[in-house]
Design a protein around this ligand. Structure first.
Ligand SMILES: [Zn+2]
Length: 478
């Protein structure tokens, strides 16, 4: 009885995605509301997913030769104002420190909304010659952007991320860096999080404040709305000029460096919850699941050796997987099955007196509830490894199919408006590049231009009829 009531409290995903999302996050103990408006508490189970993302990225960044450092949380106002477009873009969202103790500060300090303005003055000191280049540093931390409407993980006043900041000798090297990072993010999203994306550039209206251009990866959520999953910015020489970051080149000429910055944030945790969960709760991709395998003893009260065997199994499997043994006596096995399904654990192993006698275990995949496989214990670890891979692949394939069936090429202007308004997904629109055409479509559809893929196209702009060379994908967005 109790188990059913518990499950029933999760709203159906397709009925009310927003309600489903919040309920599942709270129930699964990923996140909690905090006494600070707009700020969330990420609980251990949610943080563990972020840590898995961090671990994977850190290994990549080590391989590519990036270094990690830490810069101050505060940015003096005068520094933030150095790059005009940058400050204009971030000003409405900046939180200011005006006092230290009882004393009013001579200069206000911004709580970093991003760290270009505190990192560039350091690069100006560290970079003198072309021999000092490239500089490729990132930091892990949190930033603050004052948000009016917030949702756990997806939009919060304080959020966690890494931000990379690099300086290069030439524009080509800086752009190459942007693309290298884009490729790492792409592999993170598809390979680890099972989230396929559209990749390309942002239109100028959506680029990072102070950048020449921004590369983006855009995922599609089950309600047909887009979510920006990662960005990599080509900052040109804008910040180098504002902060006097110069170097003596091989030709003995003094030149400004070319810089980039890039990030993914804790928003990814929210995105993967939205993308993969179902009416039973979370479904975490095996590569980032905090618990990959839960071992549940069955009828252990009748046969004490069941529990012993379960503990041996936990120790054995624990060397290869993230394993949890649920040996709580106050809950029934059925309750535990539901609980761990709700928390998105990819594989469950059941162990009872019968299995004990036969030297086997029962393996159940999160997405194949009806199919219980009895597996000999000596081959169990290999069977689990194979099944985790298979689950990861199934999740990606399902998400790919969804993206494909929800990506359209608009036939004409009205077709575009209708599809975007109805949140059908990504709607490809031939576009001349004119701001007025973009604005007209934004206003009519309520969507925004998310991404411009690389490939060139030909034909008339769907808004004004002049010749267009690019396809821009519009969608409503988080
Ligand atoms: Zn046009």
């Amino acid at each position: 009885m109790e188990t059913k009531a518990w499950v029933r409290e999760i709203p159906r995903k397709q009925d009310n995605l927003s309600d489903w999302y919040t309920t599942v996050l709270l129930r699964a103990e990923m996140v909690d509301y905090s006494p600070v408006r707009g700020c969330m508490v990420i609980r251990p189970y949610g943080w563990a997913v972020w840590e898995a993302i961090q671990r994977w990225l850190d290994a990549e960044f080590r391989r590519t030769g990036h270094e990690t450092a830490a810069f101050p949380l505060f940015v003096p106002e005068s520094l933030l104002r150095r790059e005009a477009e940058h400050v204009q873009g971030f000003a409405p969202q900046v939180a200011w420190v005006t006092h230290g103790g009882e004393e009013e500060l001579a200069e206000r300090l911004a709580v970093r909304p991003t760290s270009e303005a505190i990192i560039m003055p350091m690069y100006a000191r560290w970079i003198q010659s072309y021999r000092d280049l490239p500089v490729r540093i990132l930091q892990w931390g949190s930033v603050v952007r004052w948000e009016k409407a917030t949702r756990p993980f997806l939009r919060t006043t304080e959020f966690f991320w890494h931000e990379g900041h690099t300086a290069h000798r030439t524009a080509e090297e800086a752009d190459e860096e942007c693309r290298l990072i884009l490729d790492i993010y792409h592999r993170l999203l598809e390979g680890e999080l099972a989230m396929p994306v559209l990749v390309g550039k942002k239109p100028p209206s959506e680029k990072f404040a102070g950048a020449d251009w921004t590369y983006t990866l855009e995922a599609l959520m089950p309600d047909g709305q887009a979510i920006q999953a990662g960005t990599s910015h080509f900052l040109g020489q804008n910040f180098a000029r504002a902060f006097e970051v110069k170097f003596l080149d091989r030709d003995n000429q003094e030149k400004y460096v070319w810089t980039t910055s890039w990030a993914v944030t804790t928003r990814l945790v929210g995105a993967l919850v939205l993308a993969h969960g179902d009416d039973r709760g979370l479904f975490l991709p095996p590569r980032v699941a905090p618990v990959q395998v839960v071992v549940v003893p069955v009828r252990a009260e009748r046969e004490p050796q069941v529990l012993e065997q379960a503990r041996r199994l936990q120790a054995e499997l624990g060397s290869r997987f993230r394993v949890k043994l649920d040996d709580r006596e106050e809950y029934t096995p059925g309750w535990k099955f539901n609980e761990w399904e709700m928390r998105g654990v990819p594989i469950r192993v059941e162990l009872g007196p019968r299995e004990l006698k036969e030297g086997r275990g029962v393996l159940v995949a999160r997405d194949a509830e009806g199919q219980r496989r009895s597996v000999p214990l000596e081959g169990l670890a290999d069977a689990i490894a194979a099944e985790l891979e298979a689950i990861q692949t199934r999740l990606l394939e399902r998400a790919r199919a969804f993206l494909q069936t929800h990506t359209f090429t608009a036939q004409d202007y009205f077709d575009a408006v209708e599809r975007i308004r109805a949140r059908q997904g990504f709607v490809g629109v031939r576009w001349c590049g004119d701001q007025s055409c973009e604005d007209r479509l934004r206003e009519a559809s309520g969507g925004s231009p998310r991404v411009i893929p690389q490939e060139r196209i030909e034909g008339p702009c769907l808004v004004c009829g002049r010749s267009a060379e690019m396809m821009v994908y519009f969608a409503r967005a988080y």
